[in-house]
Unconditional design. Structure first.
Length: 415
């Protein structure tokens, strides 16, 4: 029998939630998606499935979720993922709307990144030997791209797309065996990211910024799409990325010699586990000025981060439709950590990577329901934090000064 005490176990990983409040929030969320399931037994099955994902089980798959629900076998859970009639993309939209309702902020950051799940064999949809940051090397893995919505209030996953390597999209028999729809074609990770970002913006998701790593920063199509939407970006690029400044083309790291000492500023990229993450930053104005939708001159910059202790450098391409504070761009760059945290908690708390499904539809359904469970934990933590805010501590006071805005005609942003 599933009780509010059982339910609190899952939320307790992240926050000490009142059991009655937990139950109220859970019922409200499941009520939001109930209409996506035409038959009452499917609604009950989906609710039991999500309860299982939230439970403190050592491993989460159709067998363990069925046992947790009191079912004699996993047939019902497998039917929910593979054969039952319901629209997982509509549920994805419900998850997005639910998170935006609770976290929405016009200054929000959309964070994009991919993660890999290590798999055995060759039949699981999308699996092949490929690089994955999960292992830090080339492994037999399934890779997916995710989109996180991040604000000061919190952050949660609002979209997902499975990456199919060319070896898959060039093999019709393999696609058919895995149940991949006929209209699916090869798409790069930046193309998948572009589609998800455009889908969110077209749905009216309030956001001002996008950030991501070098895979996405190096893609001109993604950058152009963001500029067309009037959404600023701070996207990481490699040291050998080519940029145009002063009418000439340079490697990003070749411009460092043009940065005067006074252009470097110490700015926090946000709080980490050990407090503020301070780095030195410099901003170099790039060529390519386009009028923004508001009629002001849009601005392109190369943002350089320098580790104060090791001297290690990182580079970012930035675009904004209007002048902003340097601290704003640094904050956007620092928001990239939120998606790593979502991967960690999604896999650790709701079994995002623990599925044992092999087919296209089943992967999307498992992932969508895991996103739903994770979104619930995010909102439950937010609700409890609102009811019982933590008292401020002296060591958490932000002493960061506001640096100068990125504006003017100088190539270098001045402190």
């Amino acid at each position: 029998m599933w009780t509010t005490e059982d339910q609190t176990v899952a939320a307790g990983h992240s926050v000490d939630v009142d059991p009655a409040r937990w139950q109220e929030l859970f019922d409200e969320l499941m009520g939001r998606i109930a209409g996506r399931f035409a038959r009452v037994e499917l609604r009950r099955r989906a609710k039991a499935f999500v309860r299982g994902l939230l439970a403190d089980l050592p491993r989460k798959n159709c067998w363990t979720l069925a046992e947790h629900a009191g079912n004699p076998n996993p047939d019902g859970m497998q039917h929910l993922l593979g054969r039952a009639v319901w629209d997982h993309d509509a549920v994805r939209d419900d998850v997005r709307d639910y998170l935006v309702e609770h976290l929405g902020d016009p200054g929000a950051v959309l964070v994009v990144d991919e993660t890999g799940d290590l798999k055995k064999g060759i039949t699981t949809v999308g699996v092949q030997r490929q690089y994955t940051g999960t292992a830090g090397r080339i492994e037999n893995a399934q890779v997916a791209v995710y989109l996180v919505y991040a604000t000061d209030a919190g952050h949660g996953v609002i979209d997902r797309e499975l990456y199919l390597p060319r070896a898959w999209t060039c093999d019709p028999e393999r696609l058919e065996a895995a149940g991949v729809p006929d209209d699916v074609r090869f798409a790069t990770k930046p193309a998948l990211a572009t589609a998800m970002i455009s889908r969110a913006l077209d749905a009216g998701v309030p956001a001002a910024w996008v950030t991501g790593d070098e895979v996405y920063g190096a893609n001109p199509g993604l950058r152009a799409e963001l500029e067309a939407h009037g959404v600023g970006y701070v996207l990481a690029v490699a040291c050998d990325h080519r940029v145009v400044a002063g009418g000439d083309t340079y490697r990003a790291d070749a411009l460092l010699g043009r940065v005067p000492a006074r252009a470097w500023q110490c700015v926090s990229a946000g709080k980490g586990a050990k407090g503020h993450r301070y780095y030195d930053w410099a901003f170099i104005r790039l060529d390519h000025h386009d009028p923004s939708p508001g009629g002001q001159a849009a601005q392109h910059w190369l943002l350089v981060r320098r580790n104060q202790r090791t001297g290690e450098l990182a580079f970012y391409r930035c675009w904004m439709p209007r002048p902003v504070l340097l601290a704003t761009l640094v904050g956007v760059a620092g928001a990239r950590w939120t998606i790593e945290e979502r991967f960690q908690t999604g896999k650790g708390l709701v079994g995002l990577d623990q599925h044992q499904v092999r087919r296209w539809r089943s992967w999307y359904r498992w992932t969508t329901l895991a996103m739903l469970a994770h979104a619930f934990l995010v909102v439950a933590a937010l609700a409890e934090g609102t009811r019982h805010p933590a008292p401020p501590r002296a060591d958490q006071v932000d002493l960061q000064r506001d640096p100068a805005p990125v504006r003017g005609t100088d190539r270098y942003a001045r402190p």
